[in-house]
Design a protein around this ligand. Sequence first.
Ligand SMILES: NC(=O)c1ccc[n+]([C@@H]2O[C@H](COP(=O)([O-])OP(=O)(O)OC[C@H]3O[C@@H](n4cnc5c(N)ncnc54)[C@H](O)[C@@H]3O)[C@@H](O)[C@H]2O)c1
Length: 384
Amino acid sequence: MQPVRVGIIGMGNIGRHHAGYLLARQAPGVELTAVCSSNPSKLESYKNLRAYSRPELLISSGEVEAVIIATPHYQHTTLGIAALEAGLHIMVEKPISAHKADAERLISAARAHPKQVFGAMFQLRSEPRYLRIRQLMKSGELGRITRMNWINTDWFRTDAYYSSGGWRATWKGEGGGVLLNQALHNLDTVHWLFGQPARVRAFCKLGGSHNIEVEDEVTAYMEWPDGCTGVFITTTGEAPGTNRLEITGTRGRLVLENDRISFLRNESDMLEFSRTSKSGFAKPEFWTADIPFSNTPAQHASIMQNFAEAIRDGKPLIAPGEDGVGSVELANGMLLSALDDTTVSLPMDSSVYEQRLQRLIAESKHQKTVVEIQSDDFSKSFRR
Ligand SMILES: NC(=O)c1ccc[n+]([C@@H]2O[C@H](COP(=O)([O-])OP(=O)(O)OC[C@H]3O[C@@H](n4cnc5c(N)ncnc54)[C@H](O)[C@@H]3O)[C@@H](O)[C@H]2O)c1
């Protein structure tokens, strides 16, 4: 198969990470041929590639068949639409857009260009641990899912991180905080594993432990149409953090924590047991099993390889771009719930949230200081 010629727009943390594994040929079927950054210093190390200072020059260059859009969130929508209209396939970084109305605009442009592939960079979907959990849930091994609980607080970020980019953690530049940036990966996993809840009620701290105007601590309650309930807790202000996902079904409980999946399997369905037991204090017998999975880390490269296979061979995408609206809606809905002190029903009216966000932008008084960060090992930032 001829490799797909790809360009990257936005050569910051994640853009450079994509360039690294693509140049090392770790994503078969993808050839990086061009890069684009509005910051010329970010292009200096890519002398062997075509380099562009403006996205429209890369998009119209004829050098690429596809682009990875790795700019700050708001531009995912505008650049995604521009690339689709120029006939390119698009791989959009998470979140696919900063808010649901923009996500709908991007999705509608993708639907107008059905021959072009629209992928989203949700690498957790390629991780063996989540694939294993999903397979156990789909196979009925857990019975009917009744509850989920995710303490997902292992996203610690320093003040230096928040000062490192003018766009970060501002309503105008980013459109949200931990929900839309770090924990968005996990919200996508919630959407992918459980489907979209029918209602959310959340409590958020804006600038709880950092000098920022957006949310950095969240506790959210969710309800699904079939009665399943869930709690999702996240923050960038807690160390050491926790990453514990607990899923209860009528046939037992699954716990993912510390690189281990354990399954406490009921001998009989717990609700059936409750209905039929003659004893008031009896519980179903259960046994415990460790569920094996291969411990490979998050794989941006495998999402890119799959993107190329979708373009060349029509293979189904691991993370279709359209699916990205689920996590954006969850992030927006939780924030709206906290801001307005109300329960939000999903699907949410995207225009209501867009207007609320515009108000936050208009009323913002936060003064942001931007400080260049020392060079860090960015790959340390990837969490599961
Ligand atoms: N999938 C992941 O694991 C992952 C990890 C980190 C970031 N991201 C996502 O990637 C995006 C970028 O995050 P980051 O941490 O790399 O940000 P960053 O600030 O480090 O980099 C963004 C870069 O985009 C450039 N840029 C801005 N506007 C541009 C334009 N119009 N044309 C060309 N270049 C432009 C900036 O100069 C900057 O270098 C965000 O949406 C973020 O959510 C995803």
